[in-house]
Design a protein around this ligand. Structure first.
Ligand SMILES: N[C@@H](CCC(=O)N[C@@H](CS)C(=O)NCC(=O)O)C(=O)O
Length: 232
């Protein structure tokens, strides 16, 4: 088990060291939680053929001893099942649906609130080959120019503050969503903050927000792995 061969395909920017995908960050944290090392392969939007073996076109893709697993949630379940002797990502089978809720909340509520703040900054980090694809695919998705999506920053910052209410309420009492120690539910939300940290100079949180201190604790987790990650 100690020598499992793990390869993680991760979205990279113009600088290959810049790894900013929120979903890839969930997987990075999950691997660190399990004490696993993976070879981390930089991937750009323009390189669909490089992950075609996984049968789909999104990262993260984890290859474990020749078996490919895509989708960060499925990767988390895979790691939990295949590395049962390592620290649990969920804290038991009964807690998996609640972690799935945290993941769904992060993807469907937190991510859309953050993207309206950082979308142009993300664009600014991308590899040249990705610029046209990113602009056109995202402008179709939003029905607006990228610059228009982020234009009203004060309104989007206020909306984010509101969206964070349930997370803030938990963190006002407990150090992590998962209790005294972090686990996968935390990484689902934290991945979104790493996406912003890696791509944008905009500070999303006020220092007196319990979410700010939680984010700091996760930046420091695993020997400061996330804190030392390259930023744009
Ligand atoms: N539900 C998937 C979402 C993965 C996803 O959307 N990945 C983005 C990068 S953050 C991607 O690969 N996008 C490729 C594209 O838009 O063509 C997961 O959790 O892994």
């Amino acid at each position: 088990m100690g020598d499992a061969a793990l390869t993680l395909y991760e979205l990279a920017g113009a600088d290959a060291a810049l790894r900013f995908s929120p979903h890839c960050w969930k997987t990075r944290m999950a691997l660190a939680h399990k004490g696993l090392e993976a070879e981390r392969v930089p991937w750009r939007f323009a390189e669909k053929e490089a992950i075609a073996f996984s049968g789909q076109g999104l990262v993260p893709v984890l290859v474990h001893d020749g078996e490919s697993v895509s989708d960060s949630w499925r990767i988390a379940l895979h790691l939990e099942e295949r590395f049962p002797d390592r620290p649990s990502l969920f804290g038991g089978a009964a807690a998996i649906p609640l972690a799935r809720f945290a993941n769904a909340w992060a993807d469907t509520t937190l991510l859309p609130a953050i993207v309206r703040i950082i979308l142009v900054d993300i664009f600014g980090c991308l590899d040249e080959r990705d610029l046209d694809y990113f602009r056109s695919s995202r402008e179709i998705r939003f029905g607006q120019r990228l610059e228009e999506v982020v234009a009203d920053r004060p309104a989007h910052m206020a909306a984010l503050k509101q969206v964070l209410t349930p997370l803030r309420r938990v963190l006002a009492q407990d150090p992590f969503l998962s209790g005294p120690q972090p686990a996968y539910a935390d990484y689902c939300a934290f991945g979104m903050f790493m996406w912003a940290r890696c791509t944008s100079p905009i500070e999303l949180l006020q220092p007196d927000d319990p979410v700010f201190a939680w984010r700091d604790r996760l930046l420091d987790a695993f020997g400061g792995m996330a804190r030392s990650a390259p930023c744009a």
